[in-house]
Design a protein around this ligand. Sequence first.
Ligand code: SAM
Ligand code: SF4
Length: 354
Amino acid sequence: MEAAAMKPVPLRIARVQPAPDGGARRPVLPLRDSFERACHYLRLSVTDVCNFQCAYCLPDGYRRPVGAEPPLTVEEIRNLVSGFASMGLWKVRLTGGEPTVRRDIVDIVRAVASVGGIRKVALTTNACRLTKLAAPLREAGLTSLNVSVDSLDRRRFHEITGQDRLDEVLAGIDAAFDAGFDWIKVNAVLLRDWNDVDLNAFLGWIRERSITVRFIELMRTGDNSTLFARHHVSAASIQARLVRDGWMARAREEGDGPAMELVHPEYRGRIGLIAPYSKDFCTTCNRLRVSSQGGLRLCLFGEADHSLRAHLQTPDQLEELRDEVQRLIGQKAVTHDLHRGNHGTTSHFAAIGG
Ligand code: SAM
Ligand code: SF4
């Protein structure tokens, strides 16, 4: 079903579900938007700060906006995730900015992983601190890792990210395997006439490795329109080549988002393609986003954050948090408006986590 063909349906009636901590049964509304899409996946930014200067994201590096609120504390994050988990949400991704610049990132992971009902805690990182952090993060309950690697060529990596740290990033990935992560996803933003020549290097790299390399189409934000005009390329160009070389689409699994995955009998690793400009990208949208200051964002390309922070101060605000989220989720739009050139109000993804 195409997103445009989806019709809103009336809000559902509360049904009885076990509490996430396995305690008393109580009525809760499962998180579904007005188009019957179940929202079981939260992408939580834990900081806007980043130590890289990716050309498409923060080319001039992070600058703290005047008067910026501090990020959510570990306790606020625990209360937030408990509220969402009590409505059936089971997967949380921690992102940023660069989440590992927070000194308490291990405590955050531990807090999120300990919330009843949360089955998956993922982290998206540039991996610059992963050699030190992979083992403690794993021990704290992190279940999966996405590492951004835009090029396997040291010079191009430096040009794109502003950091000559490819070796550290690759060492971080090795450390993650050593710490017990059995499969790692690697994100690479596709950049025409820049890293598109790296496809063969990525393919060689995953021939014997338990890695999915996910090529993400460059998305336009408020700050990157010149770069977008110069370097955006559709994932369809890579897809055609991969299919010609024997790569096949993999069946979707529970919790899969909009990425298409391809497998090949001669490769241990996989390829993912994320094409937000494709016409039915939003049909499988199962996610909500919360900014590092506690703002609920219903769509990556949406217009506004709805602050939840006032409802996160104590654990006994769970009911009011749920009421607020249930009220807001009815406003989640059927699809983004990228096709008409409207990319929302986000100036760059470091502010909301991508
Ligand atoms: N700093 C971490 C990192 O880079 O992995 C986490 C935050 S970053 C905003 C999350 C993901 O968004 C990264 O994989 C990054 O490459 C991707 N991203 C950022 N800006 C993007 C854009 N304009 N288009 C497509 N992907 C983008
Ligand atoms: Fe930082 Fe990630 Fe943005 Fe790169 S993509 S500047 S690593 S937040």
